[in-house]
Design a protein around this ligand. Structure first.
Ligand code: ARG
Length: 457
């Protein structure tokens, strides 16, 4: 394709380091779409003839067929998908194929393909998240009043409901989808027609190709068009944040399914055994999600590193953007599906969760709040009095609700039997009815509101 200036072939190692076809063949469909739009525009602007365009379009039909059927002969010596498609077109239609690359460079071509690919991948990643949200909402609906310990510092804090906990991840996934939607909006400008870096002397119509490819407009600066990769960085950042959320949930599944927590059991389909320890049910998928979130974060960091000191405009460093981005989207797609599968089928152990919620003096805040409400104590005093009662319960080896009234009265004589009404974990959770709070009434409302928002039922 560029052999005119050269007398000898590139060395084998040069070919190995330079060829990207094993990666960018995944953009074959986008490359053909870009070429179609470009050729139509060239004909419309009388830069090539209608006959040439017809031959090019018919030839590209066949190339697309071959790509789809798996018959397309990818050749590593042709470097990348762009040269492979053009060379195949030449084999099929002959001379008119050589006119396709008028007013175009691989620099605007590759990033046009890549933007189209990333746009599709962002849509798919959002669908994956939406499916996970549906699963979480359905499980949350089953557990609006299942009480479990809420933690801070992984120390028992206050009782919460499992439904509330699961819906927290629905909120995160919603913001993740929003980030991907936003990234797709900014991404959606067409670099095609920027040519190598400076634009072209041919009378092209960049609005026409932008529209044909579903872009909102052509990019306004040709140097920016061929060099910018912030669309990919933004997609990877959104992906990495979403994967971070999956990883936090994965970590909780690892903890919850341990014998020590015993809050949950993964279904057989999502557990693995040990080759030596017959009792094992390991949460491998959750652990892998935890690790893969780090890989995606690394892919973001790698691309940022590749771009951050790159002078304008195109440099071959940018070829590795696709490997990183494709891998990150593949990994994310797998993780989000695995998470939905685990959540859909995990069995929650309500008794264990309730028992754990009752440990660690989880209703101490309720006692302090009670002293404020009933005895009109300032909260700081109530905190101190409750602390003394907790210390007493601890030294007697009892939970707060098991401590006799007489013992509590040695600390605060005005306490009556009524105090026990706030010391149960159910009462504690039920009392937190502030907007966004953990009480079953609020959680049921939230489940309903999510179902409406996402058009479920
Ligand atoms: N395979 C190249 C890439 O992915 C296409 C652009 C090559 N442009 C160039 N001037 N060598 O970046």
């Amino acid at each position: 394709m560029w052999g005119g200036r050269f007398a000898a072939q590139p060395s084998d190692i040069m070919q190995s380091i330079n060829a990207s076809i094993d990666i960018d063949r995944r953009m074959a469909v986008q490359d053909i779409a870009g070429s179609r739009a470009h050729a139509d525009m060239l004909a419309e602007c009388a830069i090539i003839t209608e006959e040439d365009n017809e031959a090019i379009q018919a030839g590209l039909d066949q190339v697309l067929e071959e790509v789809k059927s798996g018959a397309f002969p990818y050749r590593v010596e042709l470097e990348d998908i762009h040269m492979n498609v053009e060379a195949r077109l030449k084999e099929i239609i002959g001379e008119p194929a050589g006119r396709l690359h008028t007013a175009r460079s691989r620099n605007d071509q590759v990033v046009t393909d890549f933007r189209l690919w990333t746009r599709g991948a962002l849509t798919e990643a959002q669908s994956g998240l939406l499916e996970l949200q549906k699963t979480l909402i359905s499980r949350a609906g089953e557990h609006t009043d299942t009480v479990m310990p809420g933690f801070t510092h992984l120390q028992t804090a206050q009782p919460v409901t499992l439904g509330h906990h699961l819906l927290a991840y629905v909120e995160m996934a919603e913001r993740d989808r929003g980030r991907m939607r936003d990234a797709a909006v900014r991404l959606n400008e067409s670099p095609l027609g920027a040519a190598a870096l400076a634009g072209t002397g041919f009378p092209v119509d960049r609005d026409m190709t932008a529209e044909a490819l579903g872009f909102d407009r052509p990019m306004a600066n040709s140097l920016d068009a061929v060099s910018a990769r912030d669309f990919a960085l933004e997609a990877l950042a959104a992906l990495s944040i979403a994967a971070t959320h999956l990883s936090r949930l994965a970590e909780e599944l690892v903890l919850w399914t341990s014998a020590q927590f015993g809050f949950a059991t993964l279904s057989d389909a999502w557990s693995t055994g040990s080759s030596i320890m017959p009792q094992k049910r390991n949460p491998d998928a959750a652990e892998l999600i935890r690790a893969k979130a780090a890989l995606i974060a690394g892919q973001f960091a790698s691309l940022q590193g590749a771009v951050k000191a790159l002078p304008l405009a195109y440099a071959k460093d940018l070829q590795d953007d696709k490997r990183l981005t494709f891998e990150a989207f593949d990994t994310f797609g797998l993780c989000v599906k695995a998470m939905a599968g685990m959540i859909d089928t995990v069995a929650f152990n309500k008794d264990r969760m309730r028992d754990a919620a009752a440990k660690g003096f989880s209703t101490a805040t309720d006692l302090a709040d009670y002293l404020v409400r009933e005895l009109k104590m300032p909260f700081r005093d109530a905190h101190h009095v409750t602390g003394r009662i907790v210390a007493m319960a601890e030294s007697e080896g009892k939970d707060l609700s098991e401590l006799p009234l007489q013992s509590m009265q040695t600390v605060e004589p005005r306490l009556t039997e009524d105090v026990f009404s706030v010391l149960s974990v159910e009462a504690s959770a039920a009392s937190r009815q502030s907007y966004g709070g953990t009480s079953p009434v609020r959680v049921s409302e939230q489940v309903q509101s999510w179902k409406t928002r996402l058009g479920l039922e």
